[in-house]
Write a protein that binds this ligand. Structure first.
Ligand code: UDP
Length: 310
């Protein structure tokens, strides 16, 4: 297959490039490098099956030749990034998704949308099943991301229903691993960087809010299976191992041997979900997928990466 990966120089996009190349496919990565970085794909330079195009997908996407699959991963994805880039975030989710779907339609390609657990907002159902419609504040600070992704899902289903495009929607839950940006402000790079510097970890609020963290290789495996399936409805891909942010901080300090403890900061973004945990019954049933990498194992691999880049 020849696949286009938008956001191909980002954290997830670059791991997808690696996986598709390893499976023997030809990969075109597209990125405007606003939050992506060519460092993430530098090791692919010179690979005859890999091409990089610097392009902002909110503008018309022109691509020569055939394309068998479009994986739409371009978007700022951390709360700090989309607060800094609210309009770009809305544009890439709406105009960018429209262009990527238009390309898939023109090329007769399969289309996979990177959606998110954020479409459930601050959820009132726990754990979150794909049938849950969510609790999102459209004009709250996180609304720019949540509503962009909700629109992107709606547009994807519309292209499926109206134009018969063979679409997939993945709802990605918190994912961590090598190549996360140190400064993207998310809890995993923040805590790891702080602990490696011997600083206290900044727990926002009282740390009772929960998340469920999956290691990147598990996600990539789920994405690959989903693309190769024939399933058009949304699928949660995440690790159901839920923990409070306070517990998570303690695990990071324990693994790194950081003695500096934690400090509490009152800086939670309005609408910061209080709980988050995927129900992965659908992924298990339809894709035969479930996560394999334990938190401590994945964290060790991630910490090794951050040691090298710090
Ligand atoms: N958080 C924290 N300390 C940090 C960064 C984040 O306590 O230094 C909290 C944040 O308030 C949220 C959770 O960790 O409740 C996960 O935040 P993240 O930005 O990683 O992503 P989210 O899951 O909110 O999109």
């Amino acid at each position: 297959m020849r696949v286009l990966i938008t956001g191909g120089a980002g954290f997830l996009g670059s791991h997808l490039c690696d996986r598709f190349l390893a499976e023997g496919h030809n990969v075109v990565a597209m990125d405007n490098l606003v939050t992506g970085n060519v460092r993430n794909i530098a090791h692919l330079a010179g690979n005859p099956d890999f091409h990089f195009i610097k392009h902002d997908v909110t503008n018309y996407i022109f691509l020569d030749g055939s394309i068998d699959a479009v994986l739409h991963f371009a978007s700022p994805a951390s709360p700090i990034d989309y607060l800094k880039l609210p309009i770009q975030t809305l544009k890439v989710g709406s105009l960018g998704t429209h262009n990527a779907l238009g390309l898939a339609l023109a090329k007769g390609a399969r289309f996979l949308l990177a959606s998110t657990s954020e479409i459930y907002g601050d959820p009132l159902e726990h754990p979150q099943k794909e049938t849950y419609v969510g609790n999102v504040d459209a004009i709250g600070p996180r609304g720019v991301y949540d509503e962009a992704k909700r629109f992107a899902e709606a547009l994807t289903m519309a292209y499926h229903n109206a134009h018969n495009v063979d679409t997939r929607i993945v709802r990605i839950f918190n994912t961590y691993g090598p190549r996360m940006r140190l400064e993207d402000g998310r809890v995993v790079p923040n805590f790891i960087a702080q602990s490696l510097r011997g600083e206290p970890l900044t727990v926002y609020g009282d740390g009772s809010q929960t998340r469920s963290f999956q290691y990147v290789s598990d996600l990539i495996d789920g994405l690959y299976r989903l693309l190769m399936s024939d399933y058009n409805q949304p699928v949660n891909i995440g690790n159901p191992h839920e923990m409070s942010i306070l517990e998570f901080a303690q695990v990071v300090n324990e693994i790194t041997g950081n003695q500096a403890g934690i400090i509490y900061k009152d800086v939670r973004i309005k609408g910061d979900p209080q709980t988050r945990k995927p129900d992965i019954t659908r992924a298990k049933t339809i894709l035969g997928w479930e996560p394999k990498v334990e938190l401590r194992e994945g964290l060790k691999l991630t910490i090794d990466h951050f040691r090298r880049v710090l």
